[in-house]
Design a binder for this molecule. Structure first.
Ligand code: FVH
Length: 292
């Protein structure tokens, strides 16, 4: 039996794919849960599991101190919370936003008498509530507030504290997701390349997957080089050699009838760095070119 009285009540605004997944884990763990969603029908399955359904966001916010927001974007947060009385509330905003939006939202919430934590979810909905899948959320903002609610916030996914600046969770979140999109771009190009041959995508997939895992070791090395400023020690495949190889990638794309538009921007940066006399370096110098 679950002791509901001992569990922190949670108010959750937003029952999209992610919000609904979060809601189920709090209900399963015995937290009293009040939910609100702009489209009320999305609350019905959760009501059947024991959630209290509020008719308005303001009514949901009034139900308890801890208010978790999982809406589409920052604009929808402003719309949903407009008119709700936030005084005395602890707002945890899990919406993907920019660091500047998160800082501004923190200030907006503080001005309304509430405390604020920002969160960046590093998971897709099916990972929520499955610790073995490795879901976690970056949190930033008031450290005291984080400590107070950590146990409740840890129910759906692990918690990783990244600092007092409320913009940090968004910054870490977007940095990791940006790297993910770079990987998706490379994977799309690889599948497009083999598309005209008699290679089934499912044959390529395990090879591609294990190659990307092997190459992920370069992340730690890049970080060390950025911190030391030494871009040439321990270089295995220098920039000059790699730039010399780029025409092969461009010609292969052409031969296969595949657009190189995903590869070309990265190759352009490599060539610029080489032209600046950095042929003996690793690829890390590209980071400096990106920083304006
Ligand atoms: N799903 C994912 O894979 C990613 C994983 C990483 C984190 N993201 C972020 O999580 C936020 C919510 O994402 P979601 O997956 O729940 O998104 P949807 O299923 O599209 O649901 C959107 C909810 O937002 C409500 N909504 C949209 N606009 C408004 C508005 N103007 N006012 C009030 N509510 C609004 C929408 O309501 P409805 O359409 O059902 O009425 C949904 O509840 C997001 O920041 C991701 O980037 C997810």
């Amino acid at each position: 039996t679950v002791d509901h009285a001992a569990k922190t009540p949670v108010t959750l605004l937003g029952l999209g794919a992610m919000g609904a997944a979060l809601a189920r884990t709090w209900l399963a763990a015995g937290h009293p849960l009040t939910v609100w969603n702009r489209t009320p029908a999305r609350a019905e399955p959760l009501a059947a599991l024991g959630a209290a359904v509020a008719a308005t966001a303001a009514e949901a916010v009034a139900a308890g101190r801890l208010v978790v927001v999982c809406l589409l974007d920052d604009a929808s947060v402003a719309q949903a919370l407009d008119g709700a009385s936030l005084a005395g509330r602890d707002v945890v905003n899990l919406v993907t936003s920019t660091p500047a939006q998160a800082r501004a939202r923190a200030e907006w919430v503080r001005e309304r008498g509430a405390r604020y934590l920002d969160g960046g979810i590093m998971a897709v909905p099916p990972m929520i509530g499955i610790p073995a899948a490795g879901p976690y959320v970056f949190y930033s903002g008031s450290p005291g507030l984080f400590a107070e609610h950590r146990d409740t916030l840890a129910v759906p996914a692990g918690t990783t504290w990244v600092g007092e600046d409320p913009g940090f969770a968004a910054l870490y979140d977007v940095a990791l997701l940006s790297a993910m999109y770079g990987m998706f771009a490379g994977v799309a190009h690889a599948f497009a390349l083999i598309g005209e041959e008699k290679v089934a995508p499912t044959e390529l997939a395990p090879l591609l997957s294990s190659w990307l895992t092997a190459m992920s070791g370069s992340v730690a090395k890049t970080a060390e080089q950025l911190e030391s400023g030494d871009y040439t020690s321990g270089v295995v495949s220098n920039l000059a050699m790699q730039v010399a190889g780029t025409p092969t990638f461009m010609r292969t794309a052409e031969e296969q009838g595949v657009s190189a538009e995903l590869l070309e921007p990265y190759f352009r940066l490599m060539r610029r760095r080489l032209a600046a006399g950095s042929g003996e370096e690793d690829l890390v110098g590209v980071v400096d070119l990106l920083r304006r």
